[in-house]
Design a protein. Structure first.
Length: 243
C-alpha cells in the first residue's frame, strides 16, 4: 500500500467519523426538542394547576417544570419577569403562553413581542434582516421545506404565477429555536460551543489600555520632537585649538 493511498484512507475515515458525529448530534437535538414539546403539551394550559396555587412568580427553580434560572443566559431572571402571576399563562408583553408544535404558528409568533422587551436590537434584526430565516409568501404559492442555518428547517414559497406581490415573514418564532428557559441554541455540529471560547476583555481594561496607548504615543512623539529640535552640541574653540 502506497503512502498516498494510506493518507486517502485515513482522510476518508476522519470525514466519515465527523459525518456520523454530526448526524448523531442532530438526531439527539431533534429528539430533545420533541420531548420538550410533548411535555409542555401535557401540562397546558397553565391554569390547570396554577389557578389553585396562588403563585407570586418570585422563584428561579421548578423541579416539576425542569427549570433552573440560577444558570444559563436567563440566570438573572425570575418567573415573574416574563409571566404574570398567579396563573403565569399571561405574558408581560400582554400575550399568552403558546407552545411550538401544539399551537398554530401565527399564535406562537405573538410570543416574539415578549423577547423584544429585553432584546430590542435582536428583534429588529429578526424582523428586518436574516436572523429569522425569512421566507417569501405569494398568493397560491407552494411550500417547500428548506434546510437553513444550523439545520433549522423553514418554509419557502414557490410562486406558480411568478414572484410578484411578494411579502416576507419570519419563518419561525424565537421560541422555536431558543427554549426561553434555556435560550442558548445548542450547536448542531462538532465545533466547540461559543461558551468555551476565551472571554472578551472587560470594558474597563480596554479603556485603560487605550489611555495608556495614547500616553505612550504622545511620549514617543514628544521625545522625537525634542531630539529633532534640540541644538546640536558643537566643540568649543579652545578644544579646537588644542587639535
Amino acid at each position: 500500500m502506497t503512502l498516498v493511498l494510506r493518507k486517502v484512507i485515513i482522510l476518508a475515515a476522519l470525514v466519515a467519523i465527523a459525518l456520523v458525529s454530526l448526524a448523531s448530534i442532530s438526531i439527539a437535538h431533534a429528539a430533545s426538542s420533541e420531548k420538550n414539546k410533548e411535555y409542555y403539551k401535557s401540562i397546558y394550559p397553565c391554569t390547570k394547576c396554577h389557578l389553585s396555587m396562588n403563585l407570586n412568580g418570585m422563584t428561579k427553580k421548578s423541579s416539576f417544570h425542569h427549570i433552573d434560572l440560577t444558570k444559563g443566559a436567563h440566570r438573572g431572571l425570575y418567573c415573574a419577569n416574563c409571566h404574570t402571576p398567579p396563573t403565569m399563562i399571561k405574558l408581560r408583553s400582554g400575550g399568552f403562553v403558546f407552545i411550538p408544535g401544539y399551537h398554530n404558528r401565527s399564535l406562537v409568533m405573538q410570543t416574539n413581542k415578549l423577547c423584544a422587551i429585553c432584546h430590542p436590537k435582536e428583534y429588529q434584526d429578526y424582523m428586518n434582516l436574516v436572523h429569522a430565516n425569512k421566507t417569501y409568501v405569494c398568493p397560491g404559492g407552494k411550500v417547500e421545506i428548506i434546510h437553513g442555518y444550523k439545520n433549522v428547517n423553514y418554509d419557502f414559497h414557490i410562486c406558480p404565477n411568478g414572484y410578484k406581490n411578494l411579502t416576507t415573514v419570519p419563518a419561525r418564532a424565537c421560541v422555536e429555536c431558543h427554549d426561553p428557559h434555556d435560550p442558548v441554541f445548542k450547536p448542531l455540529n462538532i465545533l466547540p460551543t461559543p461558551s468555551e471560547r476565551p472571554a472578551p476583555p472587560k470594558e474597563t481594561s480596554i479603556a485603560i489600555g487605550n489611555v495608556l496607548a495614547v500616553i505612550g504615543a504622545l511620549v514617543v512623539i514628544g521625545f522625537a520632537m525634542a531630539m529633532h529640535y534640540s541644538p546640536q552640541v558643537r566643540p568649543s574653540r579652545a578644544a579646537s585649538d588644542r587639535r
